[in-house]
Design a protein around this ligand. Structure first.
Ligand code: FEO
Ligand code: CA
Ligand code: CA
Ligand code: CA
Length: 696
């Protein structure tokens, strides 16, 4: 959601250390060592889930599909992590209502919003007349983060998990939002239910048959998670007083997932969907300090679902829960705590449709944008990284108490959500402080942690659950570094370096000074920062990998020397594939780059620019031809969700909020001038005409 910028300063009244204004930028090469990460990778668990037989839920009826395997071997390709060069040339920018790709590549539209996942749903109607029930059985709107999970290690058969970030009412409905003229409130309950059913996550079986990839309707693993689905709470919030609601008097469960933006996955074969811009779905007319800090609306929610709080057809407080007012005698009797069940990383087992998905509250409560795990090392804790999407917000990591056992990566044989319980419910949450000398500190968020006020967090929060609900305030108190809108994190499988997109911040340099990690005032283009952990995991070394810019900007702004071939802005989605290629996906708006090209994917192999000591170069004039534009999306869209089959021969990518696309199944076919479509977010399946690996 490019427009959904949240300004932390309106609510963050603490005075975290801002670095002295640094007028002279550090453009010199920064180096750091790659700390044995390649060795960790070589033990092979990135491949472990791709080989053997993947068990699916015992109740699952696996649809057998005849695959065109003559053209493509079923077994994963041997992943080569030693290559140093991309195999395509940068493509030009484009403002067309169609997808651009390098010569020899083609893209097909798959699973656009509204396509049925079950045969008893009506096919998508171009007039918005599908019902709330149809929507609950069909692909959601506003595709975002995504991951392909192979079945039996197969690169022609798997499950796609797709996030659906938000509601686009003017495309969803046949008519305008219906309002009662007497009360000014919404009065069409079916419209509200259709909205609730269009967000969340879709999980569905896809298969590569003759003629290309298809969704398999009625597969027993197909399912939707919506803003009404029940989730289990796990970690510190679970069973605490802060989770108690009328629906869940014990504080064990919550209904719905919202703002599902970036994603992650785990080494044990589960999907992580991340709740990002969720506060806007609630209203708190008498906000608590936490709710003020988080930025809840205090007049009405974004979609006014609370308007149906007294509706005669309401089931079990399905709408009343979006208003956070305390109106009963106890939390067991109202929904004052409902929003405490949101703002988490949520774990879904793609291979089982029968289990209840889990909110992993130990990873903190904020606007999570994605969640990437550090390279697992046997006998060491697991680490998960997650940024908070808001201007002047923070980046966090979670370190498990349990140490990594590679046998837990046997996707086919482990009880996957139980493995999640082991690594994601008990551990320490940290927040990052970036120091101006290129080092940084991970500040723990525990009740014993010292604050910048000379107190400990235990003087501000009574329990671990209290601290988790108030993650932002805890991070304020320990002196975290406010960043230029953290988006996705990604971990290089070759070096272990962690990359974070900072999508931009127009307000940087107004009353919040620049600093060495956020060094441009009015940062309209964004940048990508990276770091490597220092042994022990309490500190790190960082540098800026690349600055977004227009090719026409001065060197003071265009610090990576970008050209017309690779200029970009609004870095957002960020994924490494297993071969070490970094895929940068953009979500820009209203800047000089956006005037010249639609949103795009750029590729680069950071580990190729390494010397014998493991020092890594950032993108700069001397090497920036290695940063290449791979795809340009249709007008109005953002690009997100890049994921691959194990053989690296199919890339799936999401086109979110296009203005006037897709015109046909051929993603590159440009919508004819003068024709206005009811545009649909969709997945694009990209393959090479010669069947070889993508990108090399
Ligand atoms: Fe939903 Fe931060 O993008
Ligand atoms: Ca978006
Ligand atoms: Ca964005
Ligand atoms: Ca995003």
């Amino acid at each position: 959601m490019s427009k959904a910028t949240f300004d932390n300063r309106r609510h963050n009244r603490t005075a975290n250390t801002e670095f002295a204004q640094i007028l002279q930028k550090r453009l010199k090469r920064r180096t750091f060592l790659s700390a044995g990460a390649a060795a960790a990778f070589s033990n092979g668990f990135f491949l472990a889930g791709c080989g053997g037989s993947t068990s699916v839920d015992s109740s699952a009826r696996v649809t057998v599909v005849e695959s065109d395997n003559a053209a493509r071997p079923v077994e994963p390709a041997v992943v080569d992590i030693t290559h140093s060069e991309l195999g395509f040339d940068s493509i030009p920018g484009s403002l067309a209502d169609g997808v651009s790709l390098p010569p020899g590549y083609s893209g097909r539209v798959l699973a656009p919003w509204g396509d049925p996942l079950f045969s008893d749903s009506r096919p998508w109607q171009d007039d918005g007349s599908n019902t709330a029930r149809d929507q609950a059985l069909s692909v959601g709107m506003q595709h975002d983060g995504m991951k392909f999970f192979p079945v039996d290690g197969n690169s022609a058969d798997g499950l796609l998990c797709v996030n659906h970030e938000y509601v686009d009412p003017w495309r969803l409905h046949a008519d305008r939002i219906s309002i009662d003229s007497a009360t000014g409130h919404r009065d069409d309950i079916d419209q509200a239910r259709k909205e609730i059913n269009c967000v969340g996550v879709s999980v569905f079986r896809v298969s590569r048959e003759r003629g290309g990839w298809k969704v398999i309707p009625d597969d027993s693993l197909n399912r939707r998670y919506t803003a009404a689905t029940e989730f289990r709470l796990a970690g510190p919030l679970a069973l605490s007083e802060y989770a108690v609601t009328r629906y869940s008097p014990q504080g064990s469960h919550v209904r719905g997932t919202l703002g599902n933006c970036g994603n992650g996955s785990t080494p044990w074969g589960t999907y992580l969907t991340c709740e990002e811009h969720w506060p806007a779905f609630f209203v708190s007319k008498e906000p608590t300090a936490d709710q003020i800090r988080m930025g809840f609306p205090n007049q009405e929610s974004k979609h006014n679902w609370e308007d149906f709080s007294e509706h005669a057809d309401q089931l079990d407080g399905e709408f009343a829960r979006f208003s956070l007012a305390a109106h009963a005698d106890s939390a067991q009797l109202d929904y004052r705590n409902e929003a405490n069940g949101f703002g988490y990383v949520v774990e879904i087992d793609p291979y089982s449709a029968s289990g209840v998905a889990v909110k992993r509250t130990a990873l903190g409560r904020f606007r999570h944008e994605g969640c990437a795990y550090g390279l697992p090392e046997e006998g060491k804790p697991l680490v998960f990284y997650s940024g908070h999407d808001g201007v002047f917000e923070y980046v966090y990591k979670f370190v498990s108490h349990a140490v990594w056992d590679p046998s837990d990566a046997q996707v086919e044989s482990v009880d996957r959500l139980t493995v999640g319980d082991k690594y994601m419910d008990h551990g320490t949450l940290y927040v990052a402080r970036f120091d101006e000398d290129g080092t940084g500190i991970w500040l723990p968020l525990t009740l014993e942690s010292e604050t910048t006020r000379g107190t400990i967090l235990g003087e501000h929060f009574s329990t671990d659950a209290d601290l988790i609900v108030n993650t932002l305030t805890a991070a304020d108190l320990v002196g975290a570094t406010p960043m230029d809108r953290p988006e996705w994190t990604a971990v290089d499988p070759v070096t272990g370096s962690v990359y974070l997109t900072l999508t931009g911040n127009h307000r940087r340099g107004e009353d919040t000074p620049i600093d060495s990690a956020n060094p441009r005032a009015n940062n309209e283009y964004g940048h990508i920062i990276r770091w490597e952990e220092v042994a022990g995991g309490h500190s790190f070394k960082w540098d800026i990998f690349v600055y977004g810019a227009s090719a026409n900007d001065s060197v003071e702004v265009n610090r990576s020397g970008l050209t017309l071939e690779n200029q970009f802005s609004g870095p957002d989605g960020l994924v490494f594939d297993e071969r070490g290629i970094l895929w940068i996906q953009t979500d820009s708006s209203g800047d000089a780059v956006a005037e010249q090209t639609n949103d795009q994917i750029l590729a680069v192999i950071p580990s190729a620019n390494r010397d014998a000591q493991g020092n890594q170069d950032p993108v700069a004039d001397v090497n920036n031809s290695e940063l290449r534009r791979f795809m340009v999306g249709p007008g109005g869209c953002e690009i997100t969700g890049v994921t691959f089959t194990p053989d690296s021969r199919t890339m799936f990518v999401n086109v979110q909020h296009p203005s006037n696309w897709p015109y046909s199944e051929n993603a590159s076919e440009i919508t004819p001038e003068g024709l206005q479509l009811r545009a649909r977010s969709a997945t694009v399946v990209i393959e090479r005409d010669n069947g070889e690996q993508i990108g090399l």
